[in-house]
Design a protein around this ligand. Sequence first.
Ligand code: PGA
Length: 254
Amino acid sequence: MNKAKRDVVIAGNWKMNKSPAEAKELITALKPLVADADCKVVICVPYTDLFVAVEETKGTNIKVGAENCHWEKSGAFTGEIAPQWLKEMGVEYCVIGHSERRQYFGETDKTVNLRTKAALEAGLKPIVCVGELKEERLADKTHEVLDTQMAGGFDGITAEQMADIIIAYEPVWAIGTGLTATDEQANEACAYIRSIIAAKYGQAVADAAVIQYGGSMNDANAAGLLAQTDVDGGLIGGASLVADKFAKVVAAAK
Ligand code: PGA
């Protein structure tokens, strides 16, 4: 299957930005700008913005995602949110294993795996993030890191479940730094991830897998990155917080 047959998914990752009132304002501005998108458009927002995001995007082409979920259905896990509650409120996607969660909140490949399975079981589409640190790239360890993260994060995930998962290749050195991977670096890493999927699940599953690039993708560099044969979309942080910029990234996904 060639790229043209895969979904292109442009997802905003708002991180810890935007109050509910600000979320309403941003979504109101965004709706008309992306109404004619040729790709899937998703906004992943803080838990406290989910209600307003689901309400404001009803009847539009914008889908809503959370930025994390827990792996249990309920219980003594103060501060955590169960994936089936997200599903119940109309949330369709969930970012899992973002590097900021790995870096600041103790996320590991094991917890990424637990969250991914729980999200799938709840009927959410996980956006699973992988990617190397700057020192790992400099030491030529990018493939090794991706091998480890994919092996741990996807342990026990079936070929059928792979159809509901999006993978976001996010080199940590490119996130929020303005240092984007070159088109070639992004494509090479996404192609490598696809080869890992092929080795584990077979070529057909790999060919159908949606693999995004994320890390300082914006209105200026999106077209080049999205034109790459193995880059099937983007996970956009900073540029997703400005309606006009995010809409330009969406427009670049032709
Ligand atoms: P950035 O963030 O676009 O601000 O670099 C991307 C991400 O962290 O998903």
